[in-house]
Design a binder for this molecule. Structure first.
Ligand code: UGA
Length: 430
C-alpha cells in the first residue's frame, strides 16, 4: 500500500522503515532539508540499533524514499501518518502546532479520499481537532477518515518493538479505516484492539503513566528497603513473580528520564486537571522521581563526605542504554549537582558524547574510554547500565582510581565481587 509518514523523528522514521520492510511503499517527509539529504545517503539522524541497515535495504528495494515534497507525498498516498513532534510548552501542555500545520497541509494537498493517522503522542480530543481542521481547510472537498494509532516503541529497541508489538491500538469510527489499518498491520500482527479515537488517545497516556508509576513505586519501596535493611532486588523479584504484577519496569535506581515519561506524565496530569480531575497519584509519581535524583547525590556525598576538589567519574549519560538521547536524563541533574558541590566530573557514554557536549560544554571532561574516565577518580558513579560496563576489569580500575567508591545508580554491578576486591559499594535500595 502507498503510505506517507510526516516527520522523521524516532516514531516517524521507525514507522516508515518498518512498514516499508513488510512490503508497503513508504514516503517519509520532513521539512528539514539537511535531514532528508542525509537520509537519502542512508545516514540516520537518530542513533537506533539497526535503523540504518533497514533504511538501506528498503531504499535499495525501492520501497522507502525520503523527501521534503509534502504535497506530492500526500497526493500519492492512501494513508498518511502524522508523526511530528509534540514538545512540551512552558506550562507543560503538549504543543500541537506542528500537528495542526500538517493536518492543514494534508487538507490543502489532497485531491481524493485519505486516511489520516495520528501517531504522535497527543492529548485526548486531538483526533477530533484534526478532523475539524481537515474538514475546514478542504478546497477539493475530499473525504477524510481520522485514526488514532498510538505508538508504544521504546528507544533503543524501537525496531524490535515496532516489528513485534504486544498490541496495536486503532481508534477510529470508520469501518473503511479499520479495514485499511488491519491490512497495513497484517504482516506484523493481527492482535489489534479497535476503539474509538478518544479511548486510543487515553490508552497511550495511561500506559506511559502506569509504567512511570511502576518505576516510582519500586523506587519508593527501595527507599523503605534502604531504611529497614531489606534488599530491593529480592523484593522486586518476589513481587514480579506474581503474574498480575509482572517483573518488568521494577528496576529501582535514579528514576525515569527521556523525552516520553516526564513529558507524558506531566501532560496527563494537566489534561486531567483541565477536565476537572486532580490526578494526585501521578503528581506523587513525579515527586518520587524528582526526589530519587536528589537522594542519589546525597548518597554520593554521604559516602565521600566532601566533594569539593574531588574528581568523580561518571559512566553513562544517556537516559537509558542503546540510545544517544539525553533529553530529561537523570544524569543532567545529578552531574549539575555534583558540579555545584565543587566536584570535578569526568564522564563517558558510548553514544551520547555529542549530546553531552552540547549540554555541559567544558564544565565536565568528556572522555573516549572507560579507563581514561576513571583515571585518578575518587569515585565511580554509574548512571546508565550500558552492557559494555559489565565487562569492566576492576583489577585495572583499582590501579587507576585514587579512591575506592563505586556508587551504582542502576544496581548494575555485582556488589559481592566489588566488595571482595576492596571497593566501597553503594547501590539503590539495599
Ligand atoms: C517509553 C515507553 O516504554 C514506550 O512504550 C513508549 O512508546 C515511549 O516511552 C514513548 O512514549 O514514545 P522510552 O522512553 O523509550 O519508552 O524508554 P523506557 O525503556 O520506557 O525507559 C524510560 C525510563 O525509565 C528510562 O530512563 C529508564 O532508565 C527508566 N526505567 C525503566 C527505570 O528506571 N526502571 C525500570 O524498571 C524501567
Amino acid at each position: 500500500m502507498d503510505l506517507a509518514v510526516i516527520g522523521t523523528g524516532y516514531v516517524g522514521l521507525v514507522t516508515g522503515a518498518c512498514l516499508s520492510d513488510v512490503g508497503h511503499n513508504v514516503t517519509c517527509v520532513d521539512i528539514d532539508e539537511s535531514k532528508i539529504e542525509k537520509l537519502n545517503q542512508g545516514i540516520s539522524p537518530i542513533y537506533e540499533p539497526g535503523i540504518e541497515e533497514l533504511i538501506e535495504k528498503n531504499a535499495k528495494a525501492g520501497r522507502l524514499s525520503f523527501t521534503t515534497d509534502f504535497a506530492n507525498a500526500v497526493k500519492k498516498s492512501k494513508v498518511i501518518f502524522i508523526a511530528v513532534g509534540t514538545p512540551p510548552k512552558d506550562n507543560g501542555e503538549a504543543d500541537l502546532s506542528y500537528v495542526e500545520n500538517v493536518a492543514r497541509g494534508i487538507a490543502e494537498a489532497a485531491t481524493e479520499t485519505k486516511i489520516v493517522v495520528e501517531k504522535s503522542t497527543v492529548p485526548v480530543e486531538t483526533g477530533e481537532k484534526i478532523k475539524q481542521v481537515l474538514e475546514h481547510y478542504n478546497p477539493h472537498n475530499v473525504k477524510f477518515e481520522v485514526v488514532s494509532n498510538p505508538e508504544f516503541l521504546r528507544e533503543g529497541s524501537a525496531i524490535e518493538d515496532f516489528s513485534n508489538p504486544d498490541r496495536v491500538v486503532i481508534g477510529t469510527d470508520s469501518e473503511d479505516a479499520r479495514n485499511t489499518m488491519r491490512e497495513i498491520y497484517k504482516p506484523l500482527t493481527e492482535n489489534i484492539l479497535f476503539t474509538d479515537i478518544r479511548s486510543a488517545e487515553i490508552i497511550k497516556h495511561a500506559s506511559n503513566s502506569f509504567l512511570a508509576t511502576k518505576i516510582s513505586f519500586i523506587n519508593a519501596v527501595a527507599n523503605v528497603c534502604e531504611k529497614t535493611g531489606a534488599n530491593i532486588e529480592h523484593v522486586a523479584k518476589g513481587m514480579g513473580l506474581d503474574n498480575r504484577i509482572g517483573k518488568s519496569f521494577l528496576n529501582a535506581g535514579i528514576g525515569y528520564g527521556g523525552f516520553c515519561f516526564p513529558k507524558d506524565v506531566d501532560a496527563f496530569v494537566r489534561l486531567s486537571e483541565k477536565n476537572g480531575y486532580d490526578f494526585a497519584i501521578l503528581k506523587e509519581v513525579q515527586n518520587v522521581n524528582r526526589a530519587q535524583r536528589v537522594a542519589f547525590v546525597k548518597k554520593i556525598e554521604s559516602s565521600m563526605w566532601i566533594l569539593k576538589g574531588k574528581k568523580v567519574a561518571v559512566l553513562g549519560l544517556a537516559f537509558k542504554p542503546n540510545t544517544d538521547d539525553m533529553r530529561f536524563a537523570p544524569s543532567i541533574d545529578i552531574i549539575n549537582n555534583l558540579l555545584l558541590e565543587g566536584a570535578s566530573v569526568s564522564a563517558y557514554d558510548p553514544q551520547a558524547r555529542e549530546n553531552a557536549k552540547e549540554i555541559f560544554g567544558d564544565k565536565i571532561e568528556l572522555c573516549d574510554s572507560i579507563y581514561e574516565t576513571l583515571k585518578d577518580a575518587e569515585a565511580l558513579i554509574l548512571l546508565t547500565e550500558w552492557k559494555e560496563f559489565g565487562e569492566i576489569d576492576f583489577e585495572k580500575v583499582k590501579e587507576l582510581m585514587k579512591g575506592k567508591f563505586v556508587i551504582d545508580g542502576r544496581n548494575f554491578f555485582d556488589e559481592a565481587k566489588l566488595k571482595e576486591k576492596g571497593f566501597i559499594y553503594k547501590g539503590v535500595g539495599k
